[in-house]
Ligand binder design. Sequence first.
Ligand SMILES: Nc1ncnc2c1ncn2[C@@H]1O[C@H](COP(=O)(O)OP(=O)(O)O)[C@@H](O)[C@H]1O
Ligand SMILES: [Mg+2]
Length: 257
Amino acid sequence: MYFMASDRTQTGIEGLDKALNGGIPSGNLVLLSGGAGTGKSTLCLQYCINGCVKFNEKALFISTEQTPTELLRQAAQYNWPLTDLINKGKLKIEYFDVTKGDEFLKRIDESIDHFKPNRIALDSLTTLADALLISDMSEETAFSMVQIAESVNPIPRTEQIITKTLLYRLIGALKKYHVTTLLTSELPEEGKTLSADGVSEFITDGVILLSYLSVGATELRVLKIRKMRYSVHTKEYLTYDFSSKGLECKLEEQLSI
Ligand SMILES: Nc1ncnc2c1ncn2[C@@H]1O[C@H](COP(=O)(O)OP(=O)(O)O)[C@@H](O)[C@H]1O
Ligand SMILES: [Mg+2]
């Protein structure tokens, strides 16, 4: 199948772009799910850096977990020119302290409107959704949502319905920009869903799962594309690891199950 380059947003990670048949269909919102330490933040940062360095794009990194200083430290490990790209206005880090601020949706909107990025990473959707649940709703909104939720279902479904409504709002707000976006979701070790909230996997355009796979005595880091709207893609596991240049991906046909 042939796609024009502009139809695809390349991650710049070779094996992954190949598995995606050239890259992520441009404008897709893609959930990047995995347990702690699987490399979600690294991949997001690499996606942003590659956008700037390899494809001359502008990238917005929305961080709710690592501060800009921590991200600089992470980038330094791989010699990524984060400071340089920030100074040149190619890359922007928008840090939200979820314990303090509010009006996150408004700030995200303003940031995208103003900076006009070609690609976005939001790390993490899990923390942001939790913060929105607590702070970004007016009391009346929260109250009416609880009332609606309770009229439909008794507690404990209430919180789930509010979370779902919030995710629709957040993802809907991001979708209207048609900017290819990675959103991370923190998965518990033994979780059965593809996201922390159990909802995002249905409302995003794609899901990439990072996990571990035991093969004999060894444990491999594996990546699987579980969903990618508007694209054919590899169904097999890819193995990945961290090199001095960042995350590297390989297609492993023999691991297909
Ligand atoms: N310099 C490095 N070389 C190899 N692997 C590293 C290096 N730095 C971090 N890692 C790996 O990356 C992981 C952290 O990746 P990170 O992107 O922060 O994960 P997540 O965001 O999914 O929690 C660590 O657990 C470690 O396994
Ligand atoms: Mg992380």
